[in-house]
Design a protein around this ligand. Structure first.
Ligand code: GLN
Length: 531
């Protein structure tokens, strides 16, 4: 029977519930337990596929093609799991299923009600995800006290009736500058709020800018009647990968195992600890320019829109013992000469026509100045456009995403995909999830991966147009990875360049701290060699 650890958040959102949930999972996994993780999102969107990255951060893509909230990325990165999309449960999915079932007459005339039908369907889904694992972590999205996450808390309570469970509440303790003192009152209110919903949080993880002192710990323990050692400090850490180590210092793993009635064991975090240590003492900083679109986003946090790309660069940096310094250059105003001080250029994924010219100009600079370049998805498509225009002489070559009337549609929607696009709703029209590519012998990409066949995740509509492949290759561009049926160009490179590689896929989704993405690692190695 699986044990459950439910993680909810109090006080404010955005305090790193995903990282704490993943860190707890990592520790339990390192003892030898099999762990999985479920994210419950209270929004009515069926998935995160249609959400704007500036509002909600990047969309995470699972290998089975799910489009999910970025927190899911932390789970996969920390736990090194390949989680299926069913592990993301949204309010939209629950209501959709219930209404579809009701319309199909599957309730046999019964009244379909919020209680019990909504929490029951949530419970059924969580149990499905947990099957076969020792421990299932369940993150309850939103903040305790929100109306919209009540059904999820109901479902959690219900599961806890029949299964070994622990409830963790992540709270925030602010230190108002005018007081200079950490305040525990909002955290105490959050604990009360959770109790009003019928859940006694057994572990309180306290997020704050500094370490929780004994006084505050004692205060929460006494006023809220919670064991002192169950009050865990989670101060701001410069590096999120050190969070499991911070939690472990406070004995979290054995306390949780005890609560779940599972056999205690020693954590094995040696390799992880070493990687974190390497990250804290970098030999050098590698300066990477991002020719990006989402620069002007007001108060929104830009790095969130590219979080997996950033993390993949960090993983590669950790392996090489260097730090990555990312500069977001607004591609709509970018002057190619601005790239001169950088060690590498990354053109990230993107959609639509804005900033495309700046990105193409940046790619041209990298190509002609031997500046290490990595193009991801749109980054590869635009590298093909740049090469077609400036090397093959195809004036006005473009992707039909931007210029549907171009004479040289070097990037286009392929006929089979057009059929899909026309027949299905917006959300379902992309090539999503993992697809294999066969890497060509003797190429740089093959030397990075050191394998013949690789599988990376995808999220795009357009492809390199097969009609132009021969022409492009005759001018020196090499498609170094192609789909097994030879139709889809998955990787490209320019021989003779220090490192000019790009891919139609998103290898960042498969990058892990202990297993950096080979193409990111190759790019970073070339960039690090520049200085
Ligand atoms: N806009 C491009 C496409 O849909 C690239 C998408 C991406 O970068 N993820 O094909």
């Amino acid at each position: 029977m699986p044990s459950y650890i439910f993680v909810a958040g109090g006080v404010i959102s955005g305090i790193g519930k995903g990282v704490v949930t993943s860190s707890i999972g990592k520790l339990l996994q390192s003892v030898g337990y099999t762990v999985t993780a479920v994210k419950m999102d209270p929004y009515i969107n069926v998935d995160a596929g249609t959400m704007r990255p500036t509002e909600h951060g990047e969309v995470w893509v699972t290998s089975d093609g799910g489009e999910i909230d970025q927190d899911f990325g932390h789970y996969e990165r920390f736990l090194d799991l390949d989680l299926p999309k069913m592990n993301n449960i949204t309010t939209g999915q629950i209501y959709k299923k219930l209404i579809d079932d009701e319309r199909a007459g599957r309730f046999l005339g019964k009244t379909v009600q919020f209680i019990p039908h909504v929490p029951d369907e949530i419970r059924r889904r969580i149990e499905n995800c947990a099957r076969g694992f020792d421990i299932c972590l369940v993150e309850i999205g939103g903040t305790v006290g929100d109306y919209e996450n009540i059904p999820f808390i109901f479902a959690a309570k219900n599961l806890a009736l029949d299964n070994p469970s622990a409830f963790v509440l992540l709270v925030y303790l602010p230190t108002p500058p005018h007081l200079g003192e950490m305040k525990s009152k909002p955290a105490q209110h959050a604990i009360k709020e959770m109790r009003q919903l019928g859940v006694d949080p057994e572990f309180i993880v306290c997020r704050s800018d500094r370490r929780l002192d004994a006084l505050r710990r004692e205060k929460i323990a006494t006023y809220q009647n919670i064991r002192t050692d169950h009050i865990i400090s989670a101060p701001d850490v410069g590096n999120i990968y050190s969070m499991p180590l911070v939690l472990e210092e406070q004995g979290v793993t054995s306390l949780l195992l005890k609560k779940l009635g599972l056999k205690p064991g020693k954590t094995n975090m040696g390799g992880w600890r070493k990687a974190v240590r390497r990250m804290s003492k970098p030999k050098a900083t590698v300066r990477i320019a991002f020719a990006s679109k989402y620069v002007d986003v007001g108060s929104s946090r830009l790095p969130d829109a590219y979080i997996s790309v950033n993390e993949a660069l960090k993983h590669a940096g950790a392996r090489l013992g260097v730090q990555v310094g990312i500069t977001y250059l607004d591609a709509s105003k970018l002057e190619p000469e601005e790239l001169a001080p950088f060690d590498g250029l990354l053109v990230p994924p993107g959609f639509g026509s804005s900033c495309v010219d700046g990105k193409i100009a940046a790619i041209k600079y990298a190509r002609t100045h031997d500046l290490p370049f990595l193009g991801i998805c749109y980054g590869m498509q635009l590298a093909v456009v740049e090469f077609a225009r400036n090397v093959c002489g195809m004036k006005g070559a473009h992707t039909t995403e931007v210029d549907p009337k171009t004479l040289y549609p070097v990037v286009d929607i392929l006929p089979e995909q057009r059929k899909l696009l026309e027949s299905s709703a917006y959300g379902g029209s992309m090539r999503l999830g993992s697809y294999p590519a066969v890497l060509r012998r003797g190429t740089m990409v093959r030397s990075f991966y050191r394998r013949k066949t690789v599988s990376e995740r995808h999220r795009h509509r357009y492809e390199v147009n097969p009609h132009f492949v021969q022409d492009l290759e005759e001018h020196g561009l090499v498609f170094s990875g192609i789909s097994p049926d030879q139709k889809l160009m998955e990787f490209m490179e320019l021989p003779g360049h220090k490192c000019f590689v790009a891919t139609q896929s998103h290898p960042e989704y498969n990058s892990r701290l202990m297993r950096p993405s080979p193409i990111y690692l190759g790019f970073m190695r070339a960039a690090a060699a520049k200085n």
